[in-house]
Design a protein. Structure first.
Length: 79
């Protein structure tokens, strides 16, 4: 492989990587928008959490960042 061919291969790989990253970022934004809609429809972060995506704590954090208020009720403090 010539240096020019190697450069072209690197450039192609970089382009593909950046496109994939941009698409993944868009999909992540779509996912958290769906979480917001689900939370506003009454779902809890515990109901939305799955082992292959995000924990309930992380979902709660992201929901707060997106303006979703804490739900009333929840566990009561112990005496």
């Amino acid at each position: 492989m010539t240096p020019e061919e190697a450069d072209a291969r690197v450039e192609l790989a970089e382009t593909r990587y950046l496109q994939a990253k941009e698409e993944a970022d868009t999909r992540l934004n779509d996912l958290f928008s769906a979480y917001v809609d689900a939370a506003n429809a009454g779902r809890t972060a515990d109901q939305l959490a799955k082992p292959e995506t995000f924990t309930a704590g992380y979902i709660r954090k992201k929901l707060r960042e997106r303006g979703v208020e804490r739900r009333k009720g929840g566990p009561k403090p112990r005496p």
